[in-house]
Design a protein around this ligand. Sequence first.
Ligand SMILES: NC(=O)c1ccc[n+]([C@@H]2O[C@H](COP(=O)([O-])OP(=O)(O)OC[C@H]3O[C@@H](n4cnc5c(N)ncnc54)[C@H](OP(=O)(O)O)[C@@H]3O)[C@@H](O)[C@H]2O)c1
Length: 176
Amino acid sequence: MANFVYIATSLDGYIAGPDGELDWLMNYPNPEKSDFGFGKFIKKIDALIMGRKTYEKVLSFGTWPYPKPVFVLTSTLREIPEHLEGKVELVNGDLRSIVNDLNDRWFKNIYIDGGQTVQSFMQADLVDELIIARIPIVLGGGIPLFGKLDHPQHFELVDHEKFKNGITKTSYRKKK
Ligand SMILES: NC(=O)c1ccc[n+]([C@@H]2O[C@H](COP(=O)([O-])OP(=O)(O)OC[C@H]3O[C@@H](n4cnc5c(N)ncnc54)[C@H](OP(=O)(O)O)[C@@H]3O)[C@@H](O)[C@H]2O)c1
């Protein structure tokens, strides 16, 4: 049972440009058509908890890409499109209670996605593994992956992969 973050950042730690731009990530050359282990990762998770802004970004792509249930963290959305019924649920409230409820529903391994969302989960000490793909670009500004914490959190290196196109992927597990 664990909560995972799997995310791509710039070298300076941004997950999107200032207005949510993802062109630097989506258009980054990938001649080998690698999925950077994302397919394998998604198989081992049971559900996603995603921030409302990330959800809206994914919706704008047109096709719904997730084969697992997605729980959208929001205090503003009230409904989901008909075609996502059974695939998406809206959730709100205390993060630990949300995770406990999902664990009770047999969603044991959870993928946490979205900038503010990851920061909220980090602040609540609810992130067990960080898998960070680094794109060799310095954006100079944007939406940061990490924010302030009350105290430092220690992680240990689990794995590191280097891809031919210059992307690296590093996995860390929270130290007990
Ligand atoms: N590089 C990558 O791999 C990657 C991955 C994911 C996303 N992104 C990008 O990151 C951007 C979105 O990130 P973001 O930081 O702006 O937002 P986000 O985390 O996706 O969504 C933020 C929203 O989630 C809800 N939320 C977050 N924490 C909450 C809490 N504790 N309780 C209740 N609701 C909470 C709120 O929705 P309400 O306002 O409705 O209450 C909040 O406005 C997009 O551009 C997306 O494409 C990039």
